[in-house]
Ligand binder design. Structure first.
Ligand SMILES: [Fe+2]
Length: 254
């Protein structure tokens, strides 16, 4: 399996602290059936600044260490970029790292409490530059939880989304699990990823999430998410299903 979002690079953010922990995470990822991982350290959130060149250096080193340790996992380049008014300055300075450094997709993080007023504008401007933002874990954003329609608008504008596997299996509570399922039901989710930070509570739960998705929506939906991750890895466009708007009252709709 392919995981497009995780914090496995050593000593960059609140994920792995050092190379030893990164190798332990890698072993767990392999045990969990993952073969390719996009390493996506935080950038421009209130705590961490991790520019492209630093991420590339660290990813190269981790790939070398994985080979030395005979761990069959390949690390791909990525970055989790917090939405920010300075995002375009950071882009001009070549601090932003698209997935696999291909210039076509980035992971875009919203602050957990709100959706900034300039979000649609940033999505629009990124798309104009040929970069498609993949909004990470929208199911955990308080404003989107309160206003589902806003998520529909962001996807209509051209953003894609990634739901975190732990949300689907209930690790973040019932309401986030329920919203995750609504997002999938309304064709507003395009990828599932672990957002793994460690080998404990924030680990590699991709397989469990896919099992839940298969049980709830059938195997085709799981194939859809797996194939989309493969498309990213192969530098091809993922499949985008037509988003379905939320009705005014959603009763028992899963
Ligand atoms: Fe993350």
């Amino acid at each position: 399996m392919i995981d497009i979002h995780c914090h496995i690079l050593p000593g960059m953010d609140d994920g792995s602290a050092d190379m030893k922990e990164s190798l332990n995470m890698a072993r767990k990822a392999v045990e969990a059936g993952i073969t390719h991982l996009f390493a996506t350290p935080h950038h421009l959130n209130e705590k961490y600044v991790n520019v492209k060149s630093n991420i590339i250096d660290r990813a190269v080193r981790l790939n070398e260490s994985l080979q030395e340790a005979n761990i069959p996992l390949t690390i791909h380049l990525g970055q989790e970029v917090r939405i920010h008014r300075d995002i375009f300055t950071s882009l001009e300075k070549e601090e932003i790292l698209t997935l696999d450094d291909n210039g076509t997709y980035i992971l875009l993080e919203l602050p957990s409490g709100k959706v900034p007023t300039y979000t649609l504008e940033v999505i629009y401007e990124l798309l104009l530059k040929g970069i498609t933002p993949i909004i990470v874990h929208p199911e955990r954003n308080k404003e989107l939880i309160a206003n589902h329609k806003l998520l529909f608008e962001l996807v209509q504008e051209g953003a894609l989304t990634q739901i975190t596997s732990g949300s689907i299996i209930g690790n973040f509570g019932k309401s986030i699990q329920s919203f995750s399922k609504k997002i999938i039901k309304h064709n507003l989710a395009h990828f599932i990823a672990t957002d793994a930070h460690n080998i404990g509570s924030r680990g590699f739960t991709l397989q469990q999430a896919y099992e839940t998705i298969t049980k709830t929506y059938g195997i085709q939906r799981t194939y859809y998410f797996k194939e989309n991750a493969e498309q990213l890895l192969n530098d091809q466009s993922p499949t985008i299903e037509k988003p379905l708007p939320f009705k005014k009252k959603i009763l028992g709709i899963f």
